[in-house]
Design a protein around this ligand. Structure first.
Ligand SMILES: [Zn+2]
Length: 392
C-alpha cells in the first residue's frame, strides 16, 4: 500500500449525483479517502501537494453489463470464431478487453455470460481479485429455454426446473443470468417477444439464487417479460426496451435496478445493413429507450450504466463513454449520469465502500483532463486511474 497523498483537484464529483465542486483537497492514506474538504491556499506545503487543478476527480466507473470473451467487431467471421475459440485464445481477448476498460476509467465490470463460461474461468484461473486493478463479477453461462434466444451467451435449460439447474451449477459464479425474452426486432418497431419463463418458475429460480447468496440479472424486453422478472424479484432488468411506464413505476417501488444498454441499440443502427436490420427501426427503438430513461429518472428508478460491450459494434471501454452520452441525451445531468456509472453500479455489483468519493471509502478514482463540462468525452483521453492505493 502506498504512502499518503494529498491532491488538489480542480473539480470533484463524488458519485452521489451532487453537483461537482471546485478546488477540493483530497487526502488519501492506506488506500482510502481520509479527508475531503475545500482547498485553501497555504494550508498544505506545496511540495507535498499533487496539483491536479486542471483536472476533474471522479469515482472509478463500473460497466454493469459486458461480455468479456467477445469483442465489438462487426466482422461476422471474427464474431463466429470468437464463439468457438479455445480458452487460451479467449484469455488473451479478455485481457485485452480489461485493459481497454481500465483505459476508460472502468475498474469493475459485471459479465452477462458467454457460451463457454470463459469469463468465469478467466477470473478463477488468472485473477488475484483483491489485488487486481479491476473487479470482475461473472455469471458463467446464462440460462435460456431450449429453442429460444440465448445460445450466444449461455446454455439451454434441458431438463427440470430452472431452480434445479441453478442449484446444480453454481460453482464460483457471482450472480445468475437469466434470459427472459428475445432480442429486439430491428425490422418491426416495438415488437415484443414472449416470456421464456413464467412467474412461478422464475420466482423459484430467484429464490434458489438468493439461497446461494447470489443476485439475479434478467435479460428482458417488452411489457410481459419484464413484468414477470420484476414480480419474481430479479435484482436487475437488462435492456428493458418497451417495458412501459407501469413496469418502471414498479421498479422504482421495488428498488430493482435497470441497465438500459442504449448504446448497444445505437450500434445496431450503425451496422444495421450487416445484420439484416433496418437503420430506421433501430433509431426509433433507441429514441423510445431514451424516452423510457427520462421517465425512469423522473420516477426515481435506480439506473446503472451497462453497455453490453462485446455485442456487435459495442467496444469494451469506449462504449461506457457512448452510454454516458446517451444518458445526457435522455436528460440526466453529468453528475447523475456518473452516479449511474459509479455508486449505482457499485451497489448493483455489491462492491463495498466503492463508487463514491467519501471519507473512509476505497480510494478508487479517476482523473480526467479539464472541467466536468469536458465529460464524458474526456474519458477517451489519457485518463489516470487510482486503485489499490496507487496510480496504475
Ligand atoms: Zn448482454
Amino acid at each position: 500500500m502506498s504512502a499518503e497523498k494529498i491532491i488538489l483537484a480542480g473539480w470533484m464529483m463524488d458519485g452521489t449525483g451532487a453537483p461537482a465542486r471546485e478546488k477540493i483537497l483530497v487526502r488519501i492514506g492506506r488506500g482510502v479517502f481520509e479527508e475531503i474538504r475545500p482547498f485553501s491556499d497555504g494550508a498544505v506545503n506545496p511540495s507535498e501537494l499533487l496539483d491536479l487543478s486542471e483536472y476533474t476527480l471522479l469515482p472509478a466507473l463500473v460497466d454493469a453489463h459486458v461480455h468479456l470473451s467477445m469483442s465489438g467487431t462487426v466482422d461476422q467471421n471474427i464474431r463466429k470464431r470468437q464463439l468457438d475459440d479455445d480458452f487460451e485464445t479467449a484469455k488473451k481477448c479478455i485481457s485485452r478487453h480489461l485493459a481497454q476498460l481500465l483505459a476508460h476509467g472502468v475498474s469493475a465490470v459485471r459479465d452477462g455470460g458467454d457460451r463457454n463460461g470463459y469469463a468465469l474461468r478467466y477470473k478463477k484461473d488468472t485473477m488475484d481479485e483483491p489485488r487486481a486493478p479491476i473487479s470482475l463479477r461473472v455469471a458463467g453461462k446464462a440460462w435460456h429455454k431450449p429453442g429460444r434466444y440465448g445460445s450466444f451467451v449461455g446454455r439451454a435449460l434441458l431438463k427440470g426446473r430452472l431452480a434445479d439447474g441453478i442449484y446444480r451449477e453454481t460453482e464460483h459464479i457471482d450472480h445468475v443470468k437469466i434470459i427472459q425474452s428475445g432480442l429486439n426486432s430491428l425490422t418491426h418497431f416495438g415488437k415484443e417477444s414472449l416470456p421464456q419463463f413464467q412467474t412461478n418458475e422464475l420466482k423459484e429460480a430467484v429464490a434458489a439464487a438468493a439461497a446461494l447468496g447470489l443476485r439475479t440479472m434478467a435479460h428482458a424486453n417488452g411489457k410481459l417479460p419484464v413484468r414477470i422478472a420484476l414480480l419474481a424479484g430479479c435484482s436487475s432488468i437488462e435492456h428493458g426496451f418497451f417495458m412501459g411506464e407501469e413496469n418502471l413505476a414498479l421498479m422504482a417501488e421495488m428498488g430493482i435496478f435497470w441497465v438500459p444498454t442504449a448504446c448497444a441499440m445505437k450500434a445496431c443502427g450503425a451496422c444495421a445493413d450487416e445484420i439484416g436490420g433496418e437503420r430506421r427501426v433501430a433509431i426509433k427503438n433507441l429514441e423510445h429507450q431514451l424516452e423510457q430513461m427520462a421517465l425512469a429518472r423522473r420516477l426515481g428508478v435506480s439506473l446503472a450504466v451497462g453497455t453490453d460491450a462485446g455485442s456487435i459494434g459495442v467496444h469494451h471501454g469506449s462504449a461506457v463513454v457512448d452510454e454516458l452520452q446517451l444518458f445526457l441525451e435522455a436528460g440526466f445531468s453529468i453528475e447523475e449520469a456518473i452516479k449511474c456509472a459509479s455508486l449505482n453500479g457499485a451497489n448493483l455489483l455489491g462492491l463495498e465502500r466503492k463508487g463514491r468519493i467519501q471519507k473512509g471509502w476505497r480510494a478508487d478514482f479517476i482523473v480526467v483532463k479539464g472541467s466536468p463540462s469536458s465529460l464524458p468525452d474526456s474519458l477517451n483521453n489519457n485518463i489516470r486511474i487510482h486503485a489499490d492505493g496507487r496510480f496504475l
